[in-house]
Design a protein around this ligand. Structure first.
Ligand code: 5GP
Length: 179
């Protein structure tokens, strides 16, 4: 595919939203010794980098990698597996999952159960974008950047077959997915 993705969310709109989320999270966790951000690879790496630098509270960063079974672009089966675990223990810590996108909700549901079982002091989730029409699992998102229509989005960490991840905006490619 060679066509450039069409803009859905501009670089400036993303920057403003991330600043707002950073301020809100900093307020909500004020007084907490240390917040641990858990970035979900690969898609969240740019969002996490920007969000973490907007926090005015002490925090640490770790990463986890998951993979969804099924087609490479639709990831349609809803089965999730752990590809790379955290390096640090989270028992007794305040943990905020940082996700790029919540689509059906299966990935976040899996992650909440996996990390919840490790007895963190608190466990919440933040996602930059969410597709409300695709939701299959009801999983709580404490912080949400944008609700978007049912399109395959790319850029700002999100890929289509590993392309477009480093676009500065979030765009969509018409023929990326038949859904
Ligand atoms: P879930 O359906 O479990 O909520 O999302 C599964 C995963 O599919 C997400 O974590 C993300 O990696 C991927 N995904 C879902 N929708 C999109 C999309 O529009 N664009 C991209 N690049 N990835 C998506």
């Amino acid at each position: 595919m060679t066509t450039q993705p069409k803009t859905l969310i501009s670089e400036q709109a993303i920057a403003e939203k991330v600043a707002g989320l950073g301020a809100q999270i900093s307020r909500d966790y004020a007084g907490v010794d240390s917040l641990m951000l858990v970035g979900v690879l690969k898609g969240s790496f740019i969002f996490l980098a920007d969000l973490s630098r907007r926090l005015t509270i002490p925090h640490t960063v770790d990463f986890i990698a998951l993979s969804s079974y099924g087609n490479a672009t639709t990831r349609a089966t809803g089965e999730v597996r752990l590809m790379m675990d955290l390096r640090t223990t989270i028992a007794g810590k305040h943990v905020l999952i940082v996700e790029d996108i919540v689509d059906t909700g299966h990935t976040l549901d899996y992650l909440m159960r996996l990390l919840g079982a490790r007895e963190p002091a608190s466990l919440k989730a933040c996602a930059l974008v969410r597709k409300p029409d695709r939701r299959e699992v009801d999983v709580e998102l404490s912080y949400i950047g944008f609700d978007i229509p049912n399109k395959w989005v790319v850029g700002y960490g999100l890929d289509f077959a590993d392309k477009f991840r480093t676009l500065p905006y979030i765009g969509y490619v018409d023929d990326a997915r038949a859904s």
